[in-house]
Design a protein. Structure first.
Lengths: 159, 192
C-alpha cells in the first residue's frame, strides 16, 4: 500500500513538474472571432514551449526542405532579430505599430513578455499573443534547420 | 546622552539624502523613442510607429548584409562622384550659422542652413501638390554619421547613439495637400 502511494506520488510529481516546465515559457493565445457570413469563434491557448519543439519535430518530417529553405533565408538576420527581441523583452510595455484604415485597425504591441497582434476589421477580430522567448526560440530552430554549410559560414548566428 | 540620541536621526536623514542623491546621479538615462506618424486625410489612413532607440542601436550592428557591416553603411565609390563628405562636414561644422545653399526655381525651393547647432533643410516642391519637406538634424548626429575612418562609410550606429543623447527633436516633417509625415524623438513610448 505504501509502495503504491510512493509510486503515485512520484507519478503526480513528475506530471506537475512536466506541466510546470511546459508552461514555463508562457502561453500562445490565438482568438479569432469571424463576423462575416457564418459566425465563428476560435480560441486556442497552447504552451509556448511547444512551438520550437514542433518546429524541431517538423524538420525531421516531409516539410524539412521548406523549413530548411526558410532557415537559409532567415539565417543572416537571426542575430538582428534576436537582439531586437531581447531589447523588446527588457523594455516596458508599448505600442510598436498602429495602423488605422477605414474599416480596419491593426495594432502590434509589447505587453508583459509577449508580442500582441490585434486586427479588427469587417470580417473578423483577431488577437494573437506570443511570448517573446518562444518567438526567439522558434526563429533559432528555423535558422538551425538551414544546411550545415550555411550555418558554418556565419558563426554569429547562435549569439 | 539625550543630545547623542537626537543627533542619530539627523545623521540617518543625511545619510539617506546622500544615498538618494548618489542613486539619482548614477541612474541610467531614460529610454528614448523614435516616432513616425503618417496621416493621409484622403484615404483616412493613420500609421503610427514607435521604436525604442536602444533597440535600433542594438539591432543595427547585428545586421551584416550587403553594404551594411557592424552598423556602418558603405557607399559605393561610383556613387560618391569624388565628393569628400568628411571634408564638407568639417567645413560645415566650423562655419558660423547661416544659409549655405539657396535654390529658387519656378516650382521648387531648396534651402540648406546651419542654425543653433542643427543642419536645417527645407524643400518646397510645387509640382507635387505643393509638398514641403523640413529636416532638422543635430550637428552632433551628422558628425557621428561621418565619424568612421573610411571616407565612403556612414556610421549609422554612432548617429543613433548621438540621437539618443540629443534632446526631444522634431527630425523630419513632410506635408502636402493630403499627407502629413512626422518623424521625431522624445522620451515617451506613445504618440499621445
Amino acid at each position: 500500500m505504501i509502495l503504491a502511494a510512493k509510486i503515485g506520488l512520484v507519478c503526480a510529481g513528475t506530471i506537475v513538474a512536466g506541466a510546470g516546465a511546459l508552461c514555463s515559457e508562457g502561453f500562445i493565445r490565438v482568438d479569432v472571432a469571424q463576423s462575416r457570413g457564418e459566425l465563428r469563434h476560435i480560441n486556442v491557448t497552447a504552451p509556448a514551449m511547444l512551438v520550437p519543439m514542433a518546429v524541431q519535430f517538423a524538420t525531421h518530417m516531409k516539410s524539412r526542405d521548406q523549413i530548411a529553405k526558410a532557415g537559409e533565408q532567415i539565417e543572416p538576420y537571426v542575430p538582428a532579430i534576436r537582439a531586437a527581441l531581447r531589447e523588446l523583452n527588457e523594455g516596458g510595455d508599448m505600442t510598436l505599430v498602429d495602423v488605422i484604415e477605414p474599416g480596419q485597425h491593426v495594432r502590434v504591441s509589447k505587453s508583459g513578455g509577449s508580442i500582441v497582434v490585434d486586427v479588427d476589421n469587417q470580417d473578423a477580430i483577431v488577437h494573437v499573443s506570443a511570448p517573446i522567448r518562444a518567438i526567439s526560440g522558434t526563429i533559432q530552430e528555423i535558422a538551425d534547420s538551414a544546411s550545415p554549410s550555411d550555418t558554418s559560414s556565419n558563426p554569429d548566428s547562435r549569439n | 546622552m539625550r543630545k547623542q540620541i537626537r543627533v542619530i536621526p539627523i545623521f540617518c536623514l543625511l545619510a539617506a539624502g546622500l544615498v538618494a542623491t548618489a542613486g539619482s546621479a548614477t541612474a541610467a538615462p531614460p529610454e528614448r523613442y523614435l516616432h513616425v506618424r503618417v496621416e493621409d486625410s484622403a484615404k483616412g489612413e493613420n500609421v503610427n510607429v514607435n521604436v525604442p532607440l536602444s533597440m535600433a542601436e542594438t539591432v543595427l550592428p547585428a545586421v551584416n548584409k550587403g553594404p551594411v557591416l557592424n552598423g556602418r553603411i558603405t557607399i559605393p565609390s561610383a556613387q560618391m562622384n569624388g565628393i569628400d563628405v568628411h571634408a564638407i562636414m568639417v567645413a560645415v561644422r566650423n562655419a558660423p550659422d547661416g544659409e549655405f545653399v539657396t535654390v529658387k526655381e519656378k516650382n521648387q525651393d531648396v534651402k540648406v542652413s546651419k542654425m543653433n547647432g542643427n543642419i536645417v533643410v527645407h524643400v518646397r516642391d510645387g509640382k507635387k501638390a505643393d509638398e514641403t519637406v523640413d529636416a532638422t538634424i543635430p550637428m552632433k548626429v551628422v558628425d557621428a554619421l561621418v565619424s568612421g575612418t573610411q571616407p565612403d562609410q556612414l556610421d549609422v550606429a554612432a548617429a543613433l547613439r548621438a540621437l539618443t543623447d540629443a534632446g526631444d527633436t522634431l527630425l523630419v516633417t513632410v506635408q502636402n495637400a493630403t499627407q502629413h509625415v512626422r518623424i521625431w524623438i522624445d522620451a515617451r513610448n506613445t504618440q499621445e
